[in-house]
Design a protein around this ligand. Sequence first.
Ligand SMILES: [Zn+2]
Ligand SMILES: [Zn+2]
Length: 330
Amino acid sequence: MEFLETLYNEVIGFLGISQALEILRSGDYSTFTTYDGIVSLIYPIIPLLLILELILGFIYKKPQAKVYKVNFLIYIFNRFVGRFIAIAMVALCIGLFQQYAPFQTTMTWYWFIYGYIVWELGHFVYHYLGHKVRLFWCLHSTHHAPEDMNLSVTHAHFFLEAPYADTIRTTVCILLGVQPEMLFLIMFIDGTYGAFIHIGENILKNGRLGFLNKIILTPSHHRVHHAKNPLYMDTNFCNLLNIWDKVFKTYQEEQHHIQIEYGITREMDSGNFLDVYFGEIVALAKDVWNAPGIGNKFRYLLMPPGWNHTGNHKTAKVARSAYLESAKAN
Ligand SMILES: [Zn+2]
Ligand SMILES: [Zn+2]
């Protein structure tokens, strides 16, 4: 019976409905109009959409089962290992760095906008490094392994990625004066929206969200980010406000004539948990081992994925330049 109870609690936890159930049980429905009440209603949206998407997948007979299976395994694995380390890192960064902030923001709408722009900067830094430093790519590549886009990809992360991401994002925010309460509010919005942008074509065929595509980062932009097409690789690093992609020139819109190919360029088995989770680490270890000289060994750790000590680089930058050259010639 204890096992069934644990299973029940896990399912309720995954669906994000424990808070809402508590309010329903208490009988005090007015709680739904408070901040906590509203949050309790927003939490279940993404998990419920994920299930709807899965059902639609069965109806349309799209071969996504592999992606869901591996991402489910990753969810279970991270559920027990990764989350606690990330929470500890956030608390640690706040405690360490808050004293060095030149000023402190308050809970007002204009500081909220400021806080969100700062958060996006932290997100850009973490995400950019996750793509451009091979050691960090080992943490991030699990998220890019799926060859299909759907809401289960939201859960595809290496367990050390959340602590690494939250350390950078929290540090940037706290040093720039974002108060912790504001930070947690932004984290909640960012987490929910960051999950939503992985919505699959079964539910949302066109991910551009109309005119919003011009203003914010939409599922369409994030589909581009997950693509391995030469024009698309290493673009759109932001999450909701894509100002930093525009500032740092990594902004890329979806092109009608280019069919998105999801996944990473390495030969891999995206249905194999071990390959999705540890494949990049094994590949990096091999390159470091085989590299001549200590300098080259270090360069493999720090240079972008695809860098080669022989000078025959296969980085995203090289692929994109070659594509743009050939497009110009045609
Ligand atoms: Zn990425
Ligand atoms: Zn993603």
